[in-house]
Design a protein around this ligand. Structure first.
Ligand code: NAD
Length: 353
């Protein structure tokens, strides 16, 4: 089986977890240990079939370095999970554009290397999927990479909360370029939003009338710092809409991020509060805390997305791949309840063509 050739934009914490995960699961054949993966085989592809063939960043501690070294360079603080051998993928410098905000400009040190010709690197490395892992505030840079993916004929995976796959104008462009696009804003494997939606769905299916609920979190990765300055509002809209969709009636819902706590490193603490009434209008409340490490939380879902997008490419699909968007992203072009999204994803993967 040929490898699925992936290029990374942004060699931050998520990229670190993904690259380490590929090595960690490289031995996971059909019968072998695949604990921690949502799907070991997907459409016949295992994690071992995924290969990172190119990478772009702007930080001097990453650009010009082998990917195996760059993923552990500061300010990355995702945990080291495996010893990485040389990858022979050297990180290229991309254009900075709006990659840095006021809060992150002292944390990320811009490299003085000259900028690579991005479409040329994508073509020469024979990349078929471009995975956008830029900071959530890098709106212009993300759009620019979306354009470059079309120029190079690469499918575009948008893990950021910037609206691309959910923007009809962008979807039209990808249809015209005959390239698949999926997004926006990746759902975590053990995600606060998924947990919140599941709890609300469960309580309301049991007859509880939810009246008010919130979900707030703090984290210590660079992305949490960028969120604090530039994307708190958009993340709140995306998460709140997604959580509201799990209730069959209106309620007061707030879901968003609150702050950056540097000593948490790559950890994230999420707090949930739910208030409602049940039999004879008797009140109930729930208080919960979920503690996770951010970057590994993206790994399993990213692996599913990469393999599903490969399937879409093999089927010569173009534009937004709706079942993949609804299954793996918080702000897809069409929001679906969790169970419907999983069902349509499974049908898409297993479809006879
Ligand atoms: N579990 C998760 O971590 C998770 C879940 C959902 C969505 N996301 C999204 O994934 C994205 C990446 O998250 P992360 O934690 O890896 O972020 P990060 O801040 O650790 O990494 C971002 C990387 O992009 C680089 N960068 C900045 N501007 C650039 C440019 N113009 N060109 C190339 N590289 C540039 C930075 O140097 C850094 O290496 C974010 O948008 C985040 O919202 C992450």
């Amino acid at each position: 089986m040929t490898k699925i050739r992936v290029a990374l934009v942004g060699v931050g914490n998520c990229a670190s977890a993904l690259a380490q995960g590929l090595l960690f699961y490289s031995g996971s054949g059909k019968e072998m240990n695949s604990i921690g993966l949502r799907n070991n085989l997907l459409g016949g592809f295992g994690p071992v079939d995924v290969e990172i063939v190119a990478a772009f960043d702007i930080d001097e501690r990453k650009v010009g370095k082998d990917l195996s070294e760059a993923i552990f360079a500061e300010p990355n603080n995702a945990p080291k999970l495996v010893d990485m051998p040389l990858s022979n993928v050297v990180v290229n410098k991309g254009p900075v554009m709006d990659g840095l905000g006021e809060y992150t400009k002292n944390v990320v040190h811009v490299s003085s290397h000259s900028e690579a010709n991005v479409p040329l690197v994508l073509k020469e490395s024979d990349a078929e999927i471009l995975l956008n892992l830029l900071p959530s505030g890098a709106v212009e840079a993300s759009r620019w990479y979306a354009e470059q993916s079309m120029v190079a004929g690469c499918a575009f995976v948008n893990a950021t909360p910037i609206f691309i796959a959910s923007d009809p104008g962008w979807v039209k462009k990808f249809e015209t370029a005959e390239v698949p696009v999926v997004g926006d804003d990746l759902i975590d494997q053990v995600g606060a939003t998924t947990l919140h939606k599941t709890l609300l769905g469960l309580l309301s299916a049991n007859g509880v009338r939810i009246t008010q609920t919130y979900q707030l979190d703090v984290g210590g990765g660079t992305e949490s710092l960028d969120t604090l300055e530039r994307t708190k509002d958009v993340k709140r809209v995306v998460k709140t809409k997604s959580v509201e969709a799990s209730l069959p009636y209106p309620a007061s819902v707030v879901a968003g991020s609150t702050d950056y706590v540097d000593f948490l490193q790559n950890r994230r603490d999420s707090y949930f509060w739910i208030k409602g009434t049940y039999f004879c209008d008797v009140p109930m409340q729930m208080d919960l805390k979920l503690s996770t490490v951010d970057a590994p939380n993206a790994g399993s879902v990213l692996l599913d997305v990469i393999r599903a997008v490969k399937i879409a490419r093999e089927r010569k699909m173009k534009g937004a791949i709706l079942p993949v968007c609804a299954y793996a992203f918080k702000h897809p072009p069409q929001l679906m309840p969790l169970d419907s999204a999983e069902k349509s994803f499974a049908e898409f993967v297993n479809e006879e063509v």
